[in-house]
Design a binder for this molecule. Structure first.
Ligand code: SF4
Length: 429
């Protein structure tokens, strides 16, 4: 605990010195901002719809446990398997048991899987081969790096570096042209979708009434990963469950413009149970062209604790669009070092509850400028959350030494610098 300030400081200095990281981020932010502006001008109703989503989230979070149970029952009714797990360890264990050992797994991007370090676990403990199929995740998997943005995990890697990474994999020179890079990833990953034993995904929303999972994406990799292999495992946080289909539709309508600046994502998959048919003599058979088995793992991992906090529960309304990060001045400078898996001010709250408060000390880097609150479609008051989180951190003993010194000085001398009261009086201060 003693060196946490020094650790934050050295990570910050390292990030500031990384020119290539800043170049990649600048390019991405410019493109995102312009695309989002165009999308929102074409879809002016989205700002009101987003506030509707906030109201849905507010009521859903209040009855999170009940909704998870309702969704689990609906999934079982559709011949799927629902598993309710309390922490990361339980989640990894259950997924590992479903997947088995030495299996080939295709995985689509999932913050929740990242939160529990599922890929690393399945590789190490179950000796599985896991292929990240989202382009950004694929890039950082090959580079042995961690995501630096919740929507765009390889945002810190410029195209020139992607070309070097892909060239190493291909054993030949791949040009730095973005289209060529995408084409290489497409051809490399194609066969694996068909050969995989299991597909793993997250979900953007779950409708409790019907047990329907919604997966939003642009690349088409999630659709392949959740459809081609014989077994699909979906890992989803409790907070993603909303009462019914119409509520989930609102979430997926709001998300794309704020997440990637598109009018609508290329694909929205709605999955209700495993693939089935009754076309021959009305006999119901599971596993036609899609998966024969569907497992949905509902993960708590600190969410129900977060829901009990009078202020911090607001973080559970976040739809993980990542919009607040692009224009956060601190994130712009520090990118991947302004968080762990969850980034920025909102990410500090998520990190505290899902990984431990000692991992959320980057909350002290937030300047409280409030830009995130203005940009958030759900109007989440992140500066207020960060302030409340800092209060919790202080109570746990994570006080910044400088702040402690200033506080003691104010109490003793009436000023933060610790100048003797008598001296300040004599100078007319
Ligand atoms: S806090 Fe708001 S802007 Fe930031 S990721 Fe969540 S929903 Fe998006």
């Amino acid at each position: 605990m003693k060196n946490w300030v020094e650790e934050l400081r050295s990570a910050t200095l390292k990030a500031i010195a990384d020119e290539s990281r800043r170049t990649a981020l600048r390019r991405a932010v410019e493109s995102y901002t312009s695309n989002k502006g165009k999308a929102l001008s074409r879809l002016p109703h989205l700002s009101d719809l987003a506030l509707d989503v906030r109201r849905i989230k507010e009521t859903s979070v209040e009855r999170m446990e009940d909704l998870v149970k309702e969704a689990s029952e609906a999934i079982a009714d559709c011949n799927g398997h629902a598993h309710i797990v309390r922490n990361a360890q339980e989640a990894r264990k259950i997924v590992s048991e479903i997947v088995g050992e030495h299996k080939l797994v295709v995985k689509s991007k999932s913050l929740t899987c990242e939160e529990i370090e599922l890929r690393e676990y399945l590789e190490d403990k179950a000796r599985c081969r896991i292929l990240e199929t989202d382009l950004g995740e694929f890039i950082i998997q090959l580079r042995g790096e961690k995501p630096t943005h919740i929507i765009n995990p390889s945002i810190h890697v410029p195209r020139e570096e992607v070309a070097k990474t892909f060239s190493r994999l291909a054993g030949r020179k791949i040009s730095g042209d973005v289209e060529a890079l995408v084409s290489f990833a497409r051809s490399y990953l194609r066969d694996y979708f068909i050969k995989a034993d299991v597909g793993i995904s997250g979900a953007n929303a779950v409708a409790a009434q019907t047990g329907t999972i919604f997966v939003v994406e642009n690349e088409g990799n999630a659709r392949f990963s959740t459809n081609a292999p014989p077994v699909h495992v979906c890992v989803v946080g409790f907070e993603k469950v909303v009462p019914a289909l119409n509520h989930a539709f609102k979430v997926v309508e709001v998300l794309p413009a704020y997440a990637t600046g598109v009018l609508m994502s290329s694909y929205v998959s709605m999955i209700t149970g495993p693939s089935k048919t009754a076309d021959i003599e009305k006999k119901l058979v599971y596993g036609v062209h899609g998966p024969k088995e569907l497992h949905v793992v509902f993960l708590d991992n600190g969410r129900s604790e977060m829901a009990k906090h009078p202020v911090l529960k607001e973080a559970l309304y976040c739809i993980k669009c990542g919009g607040c990060l692009y224009e956060c001045p601190v994130y712009r400078v520090l990118s991947g070092t302004f968080g762990h898996n969850y980034f920025g001010g909102i990410g500090s709250v998520w990190t505290a509850y899902t990984r431990g408060f000692e991992k959320a000390l980057f909350a002290y880097m937030c300047t409280g400028c409030g830009r995130c609150r203005e940009l958030c479609p759900l109007k989440i008051d992140t500066p207020r959350l960060v302030e409340a989180l800092r209060g919790e951190l202080c109570r746990l003993g994570f006080k910044h030494p400088k702040a402690t010194l200033f506080f003691d000085n104010i109490c003793l001398q009436g000023n933060p610098w610790g100048e003797p009261k008598a001296l300040r009086g004599s100078l007319g201060c």
